[in-house]
Design a protein around this ligand. Sequence first.
Ligand code: F6R
Length: 261
Amino acid sequence: MAEVIILPDSQAAGELVASTLMEQIRNKPEFVLGVATGSTPKSTYRALERQAKQAELALDHLSVFALDEYVGLDPQHPQSYRAEIYREVVLPLGLDPARVHVPDGHAEDVAHAGSAFESALATAGGIDTQILGLGRTGHIGFNEPGSSLASRTRIKTLTEETRQDNARFFDSIDEVPTHCLTQGLGTIMEAKHIVLLAFGAEKARPLAASLEGPISARVPGSVLQWHPHVSVVIDEAAAADLDYADYYRHAWANKPTWQGL
Ligand code: F6R
């Protein structure tokens, strides 16, 4: 079972995840970090920026791989995931742009952009730690319900629910792309360590279904139950529907101090 850590808020979660990443990067400067976009991981990126500055830890040997990208959106568009990763991660953390990889949703040959991304990932030696958010549909990356549990990076159609959720970042829903290029569930599952973050009441249902429900393509996040090293870091609101919340609290409170995430 994944380790589930219930904290008061997203700030506390960000600090905990960032301190784990700091330790991992110190041990391996050429660390490969898988990054999610959206609201959820922002507190982790801000905490990592602050902790790295405070410790004077240079992050210029770090490689990052994004989870997904919209298809057909100009990479210069402020809501493209390439632009967001630069704004939220690459520039504030002082990363080397040559070590930043985002699926190319604007490629001339977009049908082959998924395999090009997979090759770059294999060349880098795979992801050490993958940060994930969770969609209301239960998606991780943009693997919407019905995604193959063994899927690789490919084009997917976004659900209307996801387009509506993401419309808050655009002027209107009509501007939200209909398709994306996303790491597959099989791709995500190859990361050595996965950190799933979820905050707020709207994540309670998909989180409980992912962690405690049956493993099913209906709830793509449920595939994580097969992964041997998943840390789930959430707030109280997101924990509301978990049957085993008290057990998770007990296990975290009694975890040996020498064990990290
Ligand atoms: C983003 C991604 C998505 C989001 C999810 C939650 O790269 O792959 O799975 O993590 O849609 O989005 P937020 O964090 O905005 O609630």
